[in-house]
Write a protein that binds this ligand. Structure first.
Ligand SMILES: [Zn+2]
Length: 355
């Protein structure tokens, strides 16, 4: 009998890693039809307790049968382990798109990705021999959930707030992470290094931005910078819940949910990713979301502020569109200090030159 083997896509490799390193606990493998259905319809697992907002499935055309063991390799060919096939099933990607992403529009990057993957999925538990490789810059910061929990405990932190990001941290984000840290023991900056959409800033560039901020503007004994090897789904509210569950697994007690969290285009309302937590039992979820409004520099306040803390009208607020910021950086020009730290701006300017 020939050995069955499957090379995972970049997205599937990221899912394998998150299951393997405990970031997706309580998942121990790729989900089957019962879980798929319950996750789509009720945002819950069928085969275990707890919330789960986005299906984690293994779509493939590989010919195999229930009971087969399939060797799994990362997208770069590295042998990772294997899956014992417990079920082969057809998911309905349009239903998944509608229920999880709230749209069947194939222009949505998360929806496009599942349409491309197709319906047929293998499900079953995985055995893990190795984790995927990452660039050195990331591995230096790599912590599994077990390791981050230990780091927090070693520092004596009890209240830990986690911050998800896939963008460089500008002043507004620095402000809200620090506002959260004021009432917590530690801050866990946890950028996503997995697959993002075209046009997003590459992870290695972002990593340099985070490091320069850590060195110059964050207290070293109160902040840990990690990396999260997951992919983006751009599922907005549902993904905010997944991001919270992942950070719970890494040992955080609180999680920052900003405006437009994990969204794409204008598929979701500005605060939809916060409202979804209204219908969730936070105790059962095991991590508390901290909701933040849009933050900005206010010339009258002479500081960073939000609609909650600033009484002035928009004329007093510094506003730069994403397009404007990209244009400035592309021209080698630093955005105002009130918008972005010079050190961060310089890294981004250099990155644009390399393009
Ligand atoms: Zn103000």
């Amino acid at each position: 009998m020939t050995e069955l083997s499957l090379t995972l896509s970049e997205r599937q490799t990221a899912d394998f890693e998150m299951i393997a390193n405990g970031g997706f606990a309580p998942l121990t493998g790729f989900q089957g039809s019962e879980d798929w259905k319950r996750v789509c319809e009720d945002m819950r697992l069928a085969t275990a307790d707890g919330y789960w907002p986005i299906p984690i499935t293994l779509p493939t055309d590989l010919e195999c049968e229930v009971g087969d063991v399939v060797e799994l390799a990362a997208d770069d060919g590295k042998a990772l382990g294997r899956i014992t096939v417990e079920e082969i099933f057809e998911r309905d990607v349009r239903k998944e798109a509608e229920l999880v992403y709230g749209t069947t529009d194939e222009a949505h990057p998360g929806v496009a990705a599942i349409y491309e993957e197709g319906n047929r999925c293998l499900a079953g538990p995985i055995d893990v021999d190795a984790l995927p490789n990452h660039e050195e810059a990331f591995m230096r910061r790599y912590l599994t959930p077990e390791q981050s929990r230990k780091e927090f405990a070693d520092r004596g932190w009890k209240k830990i707030v986690a911050f998800q990001t896939r963008n460089p941290i500008h002043r507004a984000h620095e402000y809200l992470t620090k506002a959260a840290l004021e009432t917590c023991d530690g801050l866990f900056i946890h950028p996503l290094i997995g697959k993002t959409k075209a046009g997003d800033i590459p992870a290695d560039v972002r990593m340099r931005c985070y490091e320069v901020l850590m060195e110059n503007y964050y207290p070293a004994d109160r902040v840990i910078l990690g990396v999260k090897p997951a992919k983006m789904h751009y599922a907005g509210p549902r993904e905010a819940v997944l991001h919270a569950i992942i950070r719970r697994n890494y040992g955080a007690t609180h999680f920052i949910v900003g405006r437009d969290h994990a969204g794409a285009g204008d598929y979701y309302g500005t605060y939809d990713a916060q409202k979804i937590f209204d219908d969730i039992d936070i105790e059962e979820l095991g991590i508390e979301p901290l909701m933040f409004e849009h933050t900005f520099w206010c010339n009258e306040c002479e500081g960073l502020a939000s609609g909650k803390t600033c009484p002035h009208d928009q004329d007093a607020h510094l506003f730069l569109s994403g397009t404007k910021v990209r244009e400035m950086l592309g021209n080698g020009e630093r955005p105002p200090e009130e918008f972005s730290r010079a050190e961060v701006a310089d890294i981004l300017i250099d990155a644009y030159k390399e393009d």
